[in-house]
Design a protein around this ligand. Structure first.
Ligand code: C2E
Ligand code: CA
Ligand code: CA
Length: 758
């Protein structure tokens, strides 16, 4: 029996040693180190027990008992330390050292007691028909025993605290080991009370030790792993499903149904066939790599990233796993993103960046082809927008894009896009470009948006790309420059870029850079064009800007005013003109010529940039002149931009004594309509808007009715651009009040004007 027991204990020791060996292989964490120490401790317990089992010599048995108890004290300490480490309580560090010294003292006491037999004595006793060495303890021993129990109980308490304080999935990790240590304590108490032979405890300890090691390094982590995995996997929005070799469902994530668009888990058993079919059709092969596939299910098209793998071991199928991620949303979002990045949202054709990119590529791919770049743009698109609203404007843009799409579809190597608010660019091989065809196509769309009051005019600038290597922006700019230039030109619709256009653009840039200095140096001057009444008497003049450039000489306003209107710097210039007009009026007043007035032009931009009312009121105050002598010309298109606001402005100016004239009446769209809303003092009619009409009779009729209407609305009429005697006679005949034009005089420098008329 003793031999069998010894063999059994040896076996346990061997298992334990294997575990020590195994742990030595593993990473040296604190816990593993402690476990190894414990395993040594158990070895320290088992070896003396084997000696006790085998020896007949009482002295040897006694020594062995002593070493057994010492080993047990160390083992208890190691268990405590392990529990603290395992629970992650660094706090208990302070207890480690006293416990160590207590154990050292205990060990010393036992070695001393070994010779005096002061702790215990041993005798032979019968247990289940066999004779064993049994130990009988003295009172001194209880001190030792209590320390041992306290240490082990402490370990249990530490683990229980850890178990209660940690997340649910960690509870097993701590409570399992707490239970085993409790079992060890119980077995020891039991053995002590029942006077069982020492080997019973040794077996129990060795078994418990094995279980602890198994729990701590194998079972608990794996269990934890599994639970954590399950936890994570169930939180996944992906569908992961595993079938075994008999196509039985083995595992499926909670998110599977949602992921693949099944209603719940309905029909999950048949899904394998489904995926297998899809995968085999897509010919992906047996590979663990993601492949995005579009799949038509009952309720629409889904995009799945599918990974699948047949699991096998030594060529034998274990099962098949499918990992299915529903990427429908992100595929759609990505598509949307690409679309947004490359296409104009409104019209669906290329946006600027993408147009540039594609155009650049085309140029590079066809180095031997000559290309042209065209820019087409709505003349006065702001007016169009104001008149018909954004929606109609958008509609126009969409229609234009559509006509590009259909009209250009047959032309190879052609790209087009919308750039900015109103411009469309097309790049195509020069040989395919037919200007008339383009204009016709544009006209077809434009016609649909023109009314009696407003003609939608689209102008085209063309640039033959002579240097394909230049920046795409520069290429587009050249087409745009040509387009801008033709915009100011009444008769022309299309203009090819040439050096002069570029020169002009550069000139404009130069003027822009020089404006401030020019104003400071008095280069911006007023020219006066006389205004004449029915009796032929000069009653005043319109102030027109001239740039008397120190190098370029006299520059007419057409060369710089439209440009400054565009970039907003017109206001600087206008203020300068108004001040000169005021200064002149002051001078004339002092000379007693208060009967003469000066009309000044107010640009649409001024209305936004300045508080016109404040500005004019303080101007006349500053120069001490009569507001009635400073007449204000505002074009109807400037007023229409914000009709309500400007009606009020005009009223206030009139209240302050100014006469407000509607300039270029008849040139814009809703001339007559506007009269309903706004009460101006003077209507200024430009003959050129009527002059070149084929049907003279009609324009006479129009003129006559304008003058009649003005009379009824108590407005005076000024006719400008009067060039011939016939015109004058006719105007007199219909009752127009004031005349201005080359027939009387061109605009004159102030000196010439004064010499002639003062
Ligand atoms: P606008 O205000 O309609 O000025 C009348 C234009 O017609 C002037 O051209 C004038 O020289 C021209 N003109 C006068 N009589 C005749 C004629 O019998 N036949 C023809 N064909 N033309 C005639 P100008 O001075 O070149 O000015 C052009 C435009 O520049 C002006 O048109 C006005 O819109 C703008 N402008 C001129 N000076 C200023 C200014 O100081 N401030 C602002 N904001 N605009 C100005
Ligand atoms: Ca004017
Ligand atoms: Ca005018």
């Amino acid at each position: 029996m003793q031999i069998t027991m010894t063999v059994f204990l040896l076996l346990l020791l061997a298992i334990n040693s294997i575990m020590i060996f195994q742990l030595r292989d593993m990473k040296k964490t604190d816990i593993l180190r402690r476990l190894r120490n414990m395993a040594f401790g158990v070895a320290g317990i088992i070896v003396p027990v084997m000696v006790i089992l085998l020896t007949k010599d009482r002295q040897i048995a006694y020594y062995a008992f002593t070493f057994y108890y010492i080993a047990f004290a160390w083992y208890a300490m190691m268990i405590f330390r392990f529990s603290v480490s395992y629970s992650g309580y660094r706090l208990f560090k302070i207890y480690k050292s006293p416990l160590f010294w207590i154990t050292v003292i205990e060990s010393a006491a036992f070695i001393w007691g070994m010779f005096s037999e002061s702790f215990f004595t041993i005798t032979h006793a019968r247990w289940y028909d066999h004779i064993y060495w049994i130990c009988r303890v003295f009172s001194m021993f209880y001190v030792y025993a209590i320390v041992g129990y306290i240490t082990l109980t402490g370990a249990v308490v530490v683990l229980i605290i850890a178990a209660t304080q940690s997340a649910r999935i960690y509870r097993l990790k701590y409570s399992g080991i707490a239970i085993i240590i409790a079992v060890m304590v119980a077995s020891r108490v039991n053995a002590q009370l029942r006077h069982q032979p020492i080997m019973v405890q040794a077996v129990c300890f060795a078994l418990c030790e094995i279980v602890i090691v198994y729990m701590a390094v194998h079972y608990a982590p794996r269990k934890l792993n599994q639970r954590a995995m399950r936890f994570v996997v169930d939180k996944l929005n992906d569908g992961i499903v595993l079938y075994d070799d008999e196509h039985q469902l083995q595992f499926v994530t909670a998110g599977y149904g949602d992921a693949v668009g099944l209603k719940g888990m309905q029909g999950i058993d048949n899904e394998e066939m489904y995926w297998t079919k899809i995968i085999s059709e897509a010919n992906v092969g047996n590979a663990w790599n993601g492949r995005v596939m579009s799949v038509d299910r009952d309720d629409g098209t889904y995009y799945y990233e599918i990974q699948h793998m047949a699991l096998d071991e030594d060529g034998k199928l274990i099962g098949t796993v499918y990992w299915i991620r529903n990427v429908t949303e992100s595929i759609k979002n990505y598509g949307e993103m690409v679309r947004r990045a490359n296409f104009d949202e409104l019209t669906g054709i290329y946006n600027e960046a993408h147009f540039h990119e594609v155009a650049r590529k085309l140029l590079e791919e066809h180095p031997d082809t000559d290309f042209v770049m065209t820019c087409s743009s709505v003349e006065k698109f702001k007016v169009f927008k104001e008149m018909f609203g954004q929606e109609k404007y958008d509609d126009y843009l969409i229609r234009t894009a559509e006509s590009l799409r259909t009209g250009l579809v047959h032309i190879p190597n052609c790209v087009y896009g919308r750039i900015g608010e109103s411009d469309f660019y097309i790049m195509m091989p020069k040989e395919a470009f037919d200007p008339q065809q383009l204009l016709d196509a544009i006209d077809r769309v434009a016609k649909a948006y023109s009314t009696n009051n407003f003609n939608l005019i689209i102008k085209v600038g063309v640039y033959e790309i002579t240097e394909p290597s230049q920046d795409m922006l520069a290429i587009c700019n050249k087409a745009s420059m040509a387009c801008d230039t033709v915009k100011g030109d009444y008769g022309k619709r299309i203009l090819w870029f040439d050096e002069s256009i570029q020169k002009e653009a550069m000139l404009r840039e130069r003027y822009n850079a020089e404006l401030t200095k020019a104003i400071e140096h008095g280069e911006i001057q007023i020219y006066l064009q006389p205004q004449v009444d029915k009796g032929g008497k000069v009653i005043g003049a319109e102030a027109l800007a001239r740039w008397v450039h120190r190098e370029d000489g006299l520059i007419p306003p057409a060369h710089f005013i439209p440009f400054f209107e565009m970039n907003g710097r017109i206001t600087e210039l206008d203020i300068c003109i108004w001040r000169q007009a005021c200064a002149k009026l002051k001078e004339w007043k002092e000379k007693g010529r208060e009967d003469l007035h000066i009309s000044v032009n107010i640009s649409a931009k001024d209305l936004y940039a300045l508080d016109i009312y404040e500005h004019y009121v303080s101007l006349v105050k500053e120069y001490g002149i009569d507001a009635r002598n400073l007449k204000l010309e505002i074009t109807e298109s400037a007023i229409i931009n914000d009709l309500k606001q400007h009606v009020r402005l005009v009223e206030r100016l009139q209240e302050a004594g100014f006469e407000v004239e509607m300039d270029d009446f008849g040139s814009a769209y809703s001339s007559f309509n506007m009269l309903k809303n706004i009460c101006m003092d003077v209507l200024k009619i430009d003959m050129k808007f009527l002059g070149d009409t084929d049907n003279e009779e009609r324009s006479h009729a129009i003129l006559r009715s304008i003058v009649d209407l003005a009379g009824e609305l108590h407005m005076k009429t000024v006719a400008e651009g009067v060039e011939t005697e016939e015109q004058l006679e006719f105007l007199k005949g219909v009752g127009c009040d004031i005349y201005q034009g080359y027939y009387f005089s061109k605009p004159l420098s102030v000196a010439d004007f004064e010499e002639k008329y003062l």
